[in-house]
Design a protein around this ligand. Structure first.
Ligand SMILES: [Zn+2]
Length: 246
């Protein structure tokens, strides 16, 4: 018998992910690999003689190669969840690599709900809210208009469905975000996705971390979420500027 004291891990609990340098680099590689793979597969499709190739696919290919598309990868230590998930903000791009990119949950989750319905206490919307809700006890609903189809919500939608709305509470999530806008590249979530991540931190006690370009990860502090200018403050850490853009 060994006399060395056992390291105490609770049975069945995964060890917390190392939210350090290597992890952010791995997630960055994953985003780049996924983007390159979508481009490669779409170019192969385009080059197929007599193959089907639409104007929309041409537009999406150009976005994947240039700007207008976000690829994100998230890792987590939630029980019963796939520990690492990647997603892309564009549904056509996702359809070219469903083996690599998250499907993003149900159409109700992706579509979200408009502000009036989300904030209404009228029970006529309860069933709709139940279908669209994500995170702990389905307490968050994405705004209508496509925001639930951004890359980070897709990851959160899938995780909610994997873990279950009752259990998606506590634990850690780390995101590396590759947002390529017409005017800038950024590692930040947009304002809407930031709100969702703040909700996860505040209401569901999930520790949220975002990778900076310097490959460090910064916690999105639940306390900071309350403050004016908290988005800019996180942006300073992640992008080195008060608004998204490196
Ligand atoms: Zn977003």
């Amino acid at each position: 018998m060994s006399s060395i004291a056992a390291v105490s891990f609770k049975t069945g609990q995964p060890a917390p992910p190392d939210l350090g340098l290597g992890e952010c680099e791995d997630l960055k590689d994953e985003n780049e690999k996924n983007r390159a793979e979508v481009v490669k597969r779409m170019e192969a499709q385009k080059a197929t003689p007599n193959g089907r190739w639409t104007e929309e696919e041409e537009r999406v290919l150009n976005m994947a190669k240039g700007t207008g598309m976000t690829f994100s990868t998230g890792t987590n230590n939630l029980a019963n969840a796939t520990s690492q998930l990647s997603a892309c903000s564009n549904a056509v791009a996702q359809s070219k690599a469903p083996d690599l990119l998250s499907g993003g949950g149900t159409s109700e989750q992706v579509n979200g709900m408009n502000k009036m319905k989300r904030h209404s206490c009228d029970e006529q919307y309860d069933a709709e809210k139940e279908k669209a809700g994500v995170l702990c006890d389905k307490s968050h609903i994405h705004p209508g208009g496509g925001f639930g189809g951004h890359a980070e919500p897709k990851i959160v939608n899938d995780l909610t469905n994997q873990v279950g709305a009752a259990a998606i509470r506590g634990g850690k999530m780390l995101f590396n975000i590759d947002w390529r806008n017409k005017n800038f590249n950024s590692g930040m979530p947009c304002q809407h996705c930031y709100k969702m991540l703040c909700h996860a931190a505040k209401e569901c006690d999930i520790k949220i971390y975002i990778c900076s370009e310097g490959k460090e990860s910064y916690e999105l502090s639940a306390d900071d979420c309350e403050k004016d200018g908290s988005y800019s403050a996180l942006c300073m850490k992640v992008d080195g500027s008060p608004t998204p853009g490196r």
